[in-house]
Design a protein around this ligand. Structure first.
Ligand code: NAD
Length: 438
């Protein structure tokens, strides 16, 4: 099949490459000329495990191409997938649909044969109606269906999630469109549940899922606060909870609060939609507020460790919003760092993949180290803010010899607390209290 993917970001690029690997002819279109140039030169524009090899293979076989031209991409496509961003409006916090509408308007003129326009971006309920109306207005004779195909991939696992999704949701009542999507996703038949629902339900499933996961993360964070006051250990509690299949063991890692390009914006958009619909989503509203406050609390914990030191130096391990990605959008690590900067701390950060993107946000307000030990050199406290596996394997003797004061605030529960104490660190983490060592 001929597939056009509009938007080559964290969703569009792995989706395009994945579909090419399944044998489809894919063309990815983006408005960002520098991205298209980089992709055309054979380089991947973002960090995602396993993507470069698959990208290279499909570029070389000619199954995937990149272009800045809608005309080139849309004409003759069987399916046009919209994967552009839907960031929060800075004032209202609703999903800003300007990129969706701009893409829909532009693609409309190039539709010729019957085409399925599949909205993969996360969009509020009813957006499909608006996209359909817009295309119809621009091109009254076009033969098309607009459907909703929400994306559920996790950054850092995008390739794995493309080939092994928990489910594929297709929101459309058009049998013609369903038939086309059935063909597109033939590979997944018998491997993955393919759920056909209405467009409204499909749009809602995405928000309802992300809001649920955000609530789950916040729940375990509140349990961690409880454990800190009562002497229980959140890791043991989470393990005991997660063994219950009704609960499941994922998203039960206590930490500094959720972040990233999805959960913060999607919970806010969900709350906005509900308010407009006259529905009180008090749980989600509360989680949004408490999750934002949590990052400030984490910064406070770190600052407490250096409150008696003049011009403290803080080392930060991890700048990306999670491990396995270079994405720093709404990263809890960066929000915490910004709090620390505001309090006058001198910071050296290290991230295995995200320093470049962090620099685009923080500029030269912090220093960037080439490795985790360099970041810790001369530091009064080390804050662990992203769960990169390499932090787990840190050589604590080496760390101790490099730091000015042996203090660690481990906001991701990455290090071995017993070992940290043995090596003489003043170590604190999330959801556990330790007897003070002298
Ligand atoms: P992104 O910002 O990484 O990529 C969006 C791309 O769209 C950019 O390259 C941008 O240049 C391009 N673009 C914008 N307007 C365009 C236009 N008119 N024509 C062509 N290209 C255009 O965004 P993302 O993280 O890939 O997210 C895309 C959508 O998928 C969002 O709605 C997001 O909520 C949703 N989503 C994201 C994830 C994730 O993990 N990132 C997961 C599930 C769903």
């Amino acid at each position: 099949m001929k597939i056009s993917v509009i938007g080559t970001g964290y969703v569009g690029l792995p989706t395009g490459v994945g579909l090419a690997e399944l044998g489809h002819d894919v063309i990815c279109i983006d408005k960002d000329e520098s991205k298209i140039k980089t992709l055309q030169s054979g380089q991947v524009t973002l960090f995602e495990e396993g993507l470069p090899a698959l990208f290279k293979k499909n570029v070389e076989s000619g199954k995937i191409r990149f272009s800045g031209s809608f005309q080139e991409g849309i004409e003759n496509a069987d399916v046009v997938i919209l994967a552009v961003g839907t960031p929060p409006d800075p004032v209202t916090k609703e999903a800003d649909l300007k990129y969706i509408f701009a893409a829909a308007e532009e693609l409309a003129q190039y539709l010729n044969d019957y085409t399925v326009v599949a909205v993969k971006s996360t969009v509020p309920v009813g957006t499909g109606d608006k996209v359909e109306a817009l295309i119809r207005q621009k091109n009254p004779t076009a033969d098309f269906d607009v459907i909703s195909v929400p994306e559920f991939l996790r950054e850092g696992y995008a390739v794995q999630d493309f080939f092994h999704p928990d489910r594929i949701v297709i929101g459309s009542n058009s049998q013609r469109a369903q038939k086309v999507m059935h063909e597109l996703y033939r590979y997944f038949e018998g491997k993955t549940e393919i759920l056909y629902v209405s467009r409204y339900s499909s749009e809602t499933i995405k928000y309802a899922s992300n809001a649920f996961l955000a609530v789950k993360i916040h729940y375990i964070n509140e349990m961690a606060d409880f454990c800190e006051k009562t002497g229980a250990d959140i890791r043991e509690v989470a393990k005991g909870m997660g063994l219950d299949k009704r609960i499941g063991n994922r998203f039960l890692n206590a930490g500094p609060g959720y972040g990233g390009s999805c959960f913060p914006k999607d919970t806010m958009a969900m709350a906005c939609m509900a308010r407009k619909a006259g529905v009180n989503l008090s749980l989600i509203e509360n989680v949004i507020e408490k999750n934002a406050a949590r990052k400030k609390q984490m910064a406070h914990r770190i600052l407490e460790q250096v409150k008696d030191i003049q011009d403290p130096k803080i080392a930060v391990w991890g700048l990306a919003f999670k491990e396995g990605t270079d994405d720093c959008r709404e990263s809890p690590a960066l929000e915490i760092v910004q709090e620390l900067i505001a309090k006058g701390a001198k910071i050296t950060g290290y991230d295995p993949k995200a320093s470049e993107n962090a620099r685009k946000i923080l500029g030269n307000q912090i220093s960037y180290a080439a490795d985790m030990y360099e970041a810790a050199r001369g530091a009064d406290v080390l804050a662990v803010l992203t769960e990169w596996p390499e932090f787990k394997k840190a050589d604590l003797d080496k760390l101790s010899s490099l730091m000015r004061s042996q203090k660690i605030v481990d906001c991701r529960n990455m290090l071995n607390s017993n070992e940290a104490f043995e090596k003489g660190f003043d170590y604190s983490c999330i959801g556990q209290t330790f007897k003070t060592v002298s």
